[in-house]
Design a protein around this ligand. Structure first.
Ligand code: SF4
Length: 292
């Protein structure tokens, strides 16, 4: 990203009451996200922040009044990175997410960090200080080529290695298999890969709306023309049969492998190693995170 489109902004507070069912507070230390995922729902943010640049090409670095009473958030759920990645590459320099965690030290809030980076490993010692800390990574493919076509974040291999290290450090981890691309995302293969290094696997289908719909359809047309009839059925004719079949497959995969299976739920807690809870969170386009 060009240096000149990074700017500092002052805000009253970084803690925002969330309208998402998953979180009491949404906390975003930055506006914008250099990971520039092609399917990012957070790109709607541009409307509210006056940005006209393409999503992924600007970053506002937030400076807020320090949090003086972390206990104010005790008992709440706090999601860090719902519409940005707090561990985007610029965090290495600006350290706003680290500062946020330092200010929240002492809270018993249930904190969930959403990322596609391994920079979070830098803060491992700090993360360990929180009694209810979760780190989640989005992994919707094991294919690095498809990954690189879709986002500018770190490789899948680096995400999985970070997940392993955080899990082995005794911190709760989550794998967001999101968004699931019909015919491209192999959800069972991903669960198989992560089941020993996470407590929960969250599955969410790709919803195509807004400005990124043509981008994704063009991508599929060019790279996977054989899938076009399927994408047209799902995204033009609203045919749900692919998702229904996938749900049935995942439910039976979970049963066959002894994995607890939930629908539309976000249970908290550690799982027995090798047996993460599998959560089906399909069809919830209105109440999602940014697909991170
Ligand atoms: S999906 Fe997440 S990581 Fe990707 S651009 Fe959006 S906020 Fe950033």
């Amino acid at each position: 990203m060009e240096e000149e489109i990074i700017r500092d902004i002052d805000v009253q507070s970084v803690m925002t009451r969330s309208s998402l069912p998953v979180g009491g507070y949404s906390v975003n230390p930055y506006v914008g996200c250099p990971h520039a995922c092609k399917y990012c729902y957070a790109s709607f943010m541009k409307r509210f922040t006056g940005h006209t640049e393409p999503w992924g090409t600007f970053l506002d670095v937030k400076h807020w009044k320090p949090i003086t009473d972390p206990h104010k958030y005790d008992g709440q759920r706090v999601v860090i990175g719902s519409v940005t990645d707090g561990y985007n590459p610029y965090e290495e320099h600006f350290q706003r997410t680290r500062r946020l965690l330092e200010q929240l030290r002492g809270t018993t809030a249930e904190i969930m960090i959403c990322t596609k980076s391994d920079l979070v490993l830098r803060d491992l010692d700090l993360l360990r200080e929180f009694p209810r800390m979760t780190v989640s990574w989005s992994v919707n493919t094991l294919d690095e080529t498809f990954r690189a076509d879709m986002d500018c974040a770190v490789s899948i291999a680096r995400r999985l290695e970070a997940m392993r290290q955080v899990y082995e450090a005794g911190i709760r981890t989550v794998c967001f298999v999101s968004p699931i691309f019909p015919g491209i995302t192999d959800a069972e293969a991903i669960i198989d890969r992560v089941k020993d290094i996470c407590d929960l696997v969250w599955l969410e289908n790709l919803n195509l709306r807004g400005q990124f719909k043509p981008t994704i359809m063009d991508y599929v047309r060019e790279k996977h023309p054989e899938l076009m009839p399927l994408y047209e059925a799902i995204y033009k004719r609203k045919d749900m049969s692919y998702w229904q079949a996938l749900e049935a497959r995942i439910a039976s995969y979970a049963a066959d492998h002894g994995l607890p299976y939930r629908v539309n739920d976000l249970p908290y807690g550690r799982s027995e190693k090798g047996h993460p809870v599998v959560v089906n969170f399909f069809y919830h386009e209105k109440i999602r995170l940014s697909n991170r």
